[in-house]
Unconditional design. Structure first.
Length: 441
DNA sequence: CTAGGGATATTT
DNA sequence: AAATATCCCTAG
């Protein structure tokens, strides 16, 4: 469940320009922990806050707060503090002071108060904690501004300079950089993996043991999406704006370039192990987008369910999707009693149980919430699918991280994975355990 | 969730 | 055929 929470949160956060969602509120409401995923989410939300305040045109002490929070998060992530981050902080701080320099005389207005508040207290605090945001540039500004109290010439010069422009430039640069570092959303990553998996399945395509009738809703929707894209378009009404904007990719719209690069890198990394995927590389891009869009549609659907104001007249699709819910159907899943393999848990199964044990409901159609669509999206969880996950050899980086992890946490594979979610993104806890078993043999 | 046994694919 | 690496299943 928590995973779904994270995904939805990430989706909402990355789906920008949605005025109903305030990222920080969303995150605090969900009360996420401090694992890597969550850190990434928090960073995304801070970035969104930052860009929101930029679009509102406000560069103020709230911006300083955000930059400080961002630094903390990045440190927790063990990322480095970039120059643009430092510069953005420095020039924002200067801008915050500058706005109190409207009187001709430095001692007239609130200038000295601002100096005290921003430079002595706030930045003094940063210094005490050895913050990476305290740059030479910042110190230079501090001496200049403090000098300006007594030096009218200096005061005038600063007073007439256009600090705001520089601050905004650096802030924008920072945003761009950090969004690039965030890379593709986990939604996109999963979409990519799903696509590859499907590709692999199609290649094997003997259809093998595909006996289970459980319709994978997501697959279903892909096919629909692929075939009658146009029809779907008709029911999007006033959602159209948002959807159009989003079609470019799940991530941040302005960042296509960097995201592309990251995808490329990810793909290359994949390629060193996957080898046979190389030949599909060209079609992969298109397929990825398709899969990503498919997942996004699904989440938009969820959002519509949650928020009635965005709900559309969607009957054709709904009828298709949920017909199962209203008319109790005879369960056509005949368990082949071979082994303990039948944890197929269909909704049908549930209704069967209901009707047999509760005679009191006779004749009445019990109202039901739409049954949860099996969201079989995490490729690392057990899949029920006859297809084995493709073998992927361990990279030296992964092995190193595993060694370090065992040293730090012992054999708590889960902790090790959580401590390094980026490296172990494609490994389950069991994989870690298995690998360790190999290593010590 | 972890440990351990086993399946599968590849290499020796 | 044996050894090895990875992935999967399941008991506790």
């Amino acid at each position: 469940m928590e995973i779904i929470d994270k995904w939805v949160a990430e989706f909402l956060i990355r789906c920008q320009h949605n005025p109903r969602v305030s990222p920080t509120n969303l995150l605090s409401a969900l009360r996420f922990g401090d694992s890597g995923d969550c850190l990434k989410l928090k960073v995304s939300s801070v970035l969104l806050d930052l860009s929101d305040s930029l679009t509102r045109g406000s560069v103020d002490e709230g911006t300083l707060d955000l930059l400080e929070i961002l630094e903390k998060l990045l440190l927790q992530q063990r990322s480095v503090i970039t120059e643009s981050h430092k510069s953005a902080y420095c020039w924002t701080a200067a801008e915050c002071t500058l706005r109190f320099m409207w009187p001709l005389d430095p001692l007239d207005g609130l200038f000295t108060d601002a100096l005290e508040r921003i430079w002595t207290k706030r930045i003094g605090f940063l210094k005490e904690n050895g913050s990476g945001l305290v740059s030479d540039e910042l110190l230079k500004w501090e001496t200049d501004l403090k000098k300006a109290v007594e030096d009218p010439e200096m005061y005038q010069r600063i007073r007439e300079s256009n600090i705001r422009y520089t601050a905004i430039s650096f802030l924008n640069q920072l945003l761009k950089e950090q969004r690039g570092l965030l890379g593709s959303s986990s939604l996109e990553s999963v979409a990519q993996r799903r696509f590859r998996k499907r590709k692999a399945e199609n290649n094997v395509e003997g259809d093998g043991v595909r006996g289970n009738e459980v319709p994978n809703a997501v697959d279903e929707s892909t096919r629909r999406l692929a075939s009658d894209n146009t029809e779907r378009g008709t029911c999007e009404g006033d959602n159209e704006n948002r959807n159009n904007r989003d079609v470019d990719g799940v991530g941040c719209p302005e960042n296509d370039g960097i995201d592309k690069v990251n995808e490329q890198l990810a793909a290359e990394e994949e390629g060193t192990m996957g080898s046979q995927e190389q030949e599909h590389e060209s079609s992969l891009d298109k397929g990825d987008k398709m899969a990503a869009r498919e997942l996004k549609d699904y989440l938009l659907e969820i959002q519509r369910q949650i928020d009635p104001s965005t709900r559309q007249v969607q009957e054709p699709n709904n009828a298709f999707d949920h017909s199962v819910n209203v008319t109790p159907q005879p369960s056509k899943v005949n368990r082949t009693g071979t082994s303990g393999q039948d944890h197929i848990e269909t909704p049908d199964n549930a209704s069967e149980k209901g009707s047999s044990s509760q005679g009191t409901w006779s004749g009445r159609v019990r109202p039901r919430l739409s049954s949860p669509v099996p969201l079989n999206v995490s490729p690392l969880k057990k899949t029920n699918s006859p297809v084995r996950r493709p073998k992927k050899f361990w990279t030296p980086e992964e092995v190193e991280a595993l060694r370090a992890g065992v040293k730090e946490y012992g054999k708590s594979w889960k902790d090790i994975k959580n401590a390094n979610p980026a490296v172990f993104a494609e490994r389950t806890e069991v994989d870690l355990k298995d690998k360790w078993r190999n290593l010590v043999r």
